[in-house]
Design a protein around this ligand. Structure first.
Ligand code: CDP
Ligand code: CDP
Length: 226
């Protein structure tokens, strides 16, 4: 039998990776893998244990024994249910507290080695839509279809603002969000290990003026060709 393809979606925060990947996976009957949720979960655990986010040694031993579970969510508003060492932290990993520290933890080699190994296990059988920063370049360099989603920081921050307002967070302003997004983009794309960047063979989609539906239609049209 022919194995089903791996679809890799990379790009910066707010480009639409999560929304697009989830819908694509559901429509195709593929597994959806949110790799950002994994780095967020580790970051939450680090902070919960009062470990400094730059303390690589302590973080390495924490990660060595971690039990991380990603379970499909039946709620379309929630990408995945995330459990760490048995505890459900689905909500906690999306807080600004975690968001603003995650890039520092995700830059560390011990963290990345463990997460990438788990991600490759998930994708071993194909039929997966995986989203993150280094999927096409590092996790699944042989993915049959690689998409790089982008938009200006302004457009991405605006989307995030709407998401936060819908979650009842009203005391965040657009300029702060633009700054935070730019800072995370910078850290993610300048780190030494597996930085955020478009794979040479990825198709770039600039989404400022595209709806989710339009992005999905485009990706499906590329999928026919693989
Ligand atoms: O949803 P959003 O774009 O805000 O972030 P995310 O996809 O949940 O990823 C959170 C953070 O995890 C990113 O800013 C990266 O620092 C890190 N990450 C990574 O290093 N490699 C990945 N494959 C996915 C996420
Ligand atoms: O996963 P990532 O951080 O790349 O982005 P997301 O969480 O999927 O998208 C952030 C928000 O922007 C969501 O509410 C999407 O519905 C919205 N969005 C949009 O309105 N139009 C797009 N082309 C992409 C995303």
């Amino acid at each position: 039998t022919v194995t089903k393809p791996i679809i890799a979606l990379d790009g910066p925060a707010g480009a639409g990776k999560s929304t697009v990947s989830r819908r694509l996976a559901r429509e195709l009957g593929y597994v959806y893998l949110d790799t950002g949720a994994m780095y967020r979960a580790i970051t939450w655990l680090v902070m919960e244990n009062n470990i400094n986010v730059e303390d690589e040694e302590s973080i390495a031993s924490l990660v060595a024994n971690v039990q991380l579970e990603l379970l499909p969510s039946d709620n379309l508003q929630i990408p995945v249910t995330v459990k760490i060492n048995g505890q459900d932290i689905t909500k906690e990993i999306r807080t600004p507290r975690v968001t603003n520290q995650v890039s520092k933890v995700a830059a560390q080699s011990a963290v990345r080695e463990k997460m990438v190994a788990l991600q490759q296990e998930y994708g071993a059988k194909g039929g997966i839509v995986a989203e993150g920063r280094d999927i096409g370049t590092n996790v699944f360099p042989h993915a049959q279809l690689k998409i790089f989603l982008t938009a200006t920081p302004q457009a991405r921050a605006k989307r995030r603002l709407i998401d936060l307002q819908n979650q009842g967070e009203s005391n965040i302003d657009l300029d702060t969000l633009i700054k935070e997004i730019e800072e995370r983009d910078y850290l993610d794309s300048t780190r030494a290990i597996a930085p955020l960047k478009k794979a040479e063979d990825a198709i770039e989609l600039i989404t400022d003026n595209l709806t989710i539906d339009q992005v999905i239609e485009k990706i499906k049209s590329y999928l026919i060709l693989v």
